[in-house]
Design a protein around this ligand. Sequence first.
Ligand code: ADP
Length: 486
Amino acid sequence: MKIRRNKPTLFSKIFSEFLLFAVLITALLWCAQTLFLDSFYKAVKKSRAAEALENVTRNVAADGEVLEDTMSDIGAYYNVCVMVLSERLEVLSNYECEPRCALHSLTRSQLAGLCLSAYENGGYLSEEWELREATSTESRFSYKTSLFTSDNIINAAVITSDSGSVRIALVNSHISPLHETVSTLRILLIWISAAIFLLAPILAFVISRSISRPISQLRTSAARLERGDFDISVPSDSDCREISELSDALAHSAAELSKAENLRRELIANVSHDLRTPLTAIGGTAELMRDFPEERTDENLEIITAEAKRLSRLVSDMMELSKLQSGVEKTDITDFSLTEVIKEVSRSISALARQGGYNIEVSVDGDAVVTGDRRRIEQVLQNLGANAVNYLGDGTAVRFVQTISDGRVRVDVIDDGEGIEEKDLPHIFERYYRSDKAHKRSSDGSGLGLSIVKTILDAHGAAYGVSSSPREGSDFWFSLKLADSK
Ligand code: ADP
């Protein structure tokens, strides 16, 4: 594994990013309080005052108590002072909720000026008024332009009814000074910031460790795997789904790699052994025939031919299996009659049976159509049939039995031959596995026949298995879904 020292570790990255996040949040809180609180508060107040005026103008046509009540309701709801004037500036309704209201402190001439400005401005006006030191006769309020230092907003609207009568609606929204609130918030913020700066590193440490620990364990395991050490441990107790899945994937890869490595070793050992035996026999017999003319017998020629055949079967089985497992050969998936294939294979084996003196029986319970690669399934039946014949020993019959039930078809290839020892049964489908007995017989088997069967059946998603007992015979079976049950 390449070690990249120039890159930060996961722990330091999460730790520093968490700290940065804490600093940013604190800075944001301070900015919100010191820079934006005031202007945000005033903007909200302004929009509420405009909304209140809109409500007032909608209800300004009423008279007497109704007008009075409606204006009080609106004023109380929006927390604003409301005044409705006639064209001659007579007060028709008056709601006052704030003693520091600019509207109610205006002189009559200031009020008249305001109404005139609203009239000249197309019927609407919004002005800010600031409290100032009261001078003898003047109002305590003066008009100002700067938004941020004002403490009252007066909105005015001139409304002309259909009958031509004019009413002037005035709304005053008081902007309370925020200094006290701000200083209370500031103290609170100082405490919050102190708590963040104390707790953030501790939290950052705990979080970074809990995230980075399983990942660094996985990294160590992956590095060991890379060195060819398949006995790795992966974190199994992670709370995160991704890490658990990664652990499972790594554990699975380790198991598969270890299996592949074992297979590779076994393959080399078995191939060299299995190839060497026939080659030695061929070479030895040929030399004998070359050196001693009297050894040029039909028997020795038979040995050479048989061993050459065995060698050729071994090589072709090895190629077949590696082609199947590497997936280089395309599969030809069609719907076909499995029953037909059973009959064809049993017919081809029957030819041998006539010479060997045993029976081939076929029992089918209907026409079973399945989806798959016909040629491959035929190969499965060929291999199982050939094994049944090869290991028949003193047995007398090989039976192909087809049973259809529950949307599946099961095929049993049964023989009453020598059977398989219980200890061999779990390994029988493994590559190059040949029971001791079979090995001693030095049959022309390659030890790959059942491996080929297993690979094909796995690719078809078939269920398969074997039941056998020594000297009583074996039952190799597989079951496939029927095509019309899908
Ligand atoms: P081989 O080329 O040796 O037959 P296979 O993979 O086809 O290789 O079979 C593996 C081993 O399983 C055989 O060597 C044999 O010991 C055992 N075996 C397979 N089929 C039968 C059977 N029908 N009866 C008894 N033993 C069997």
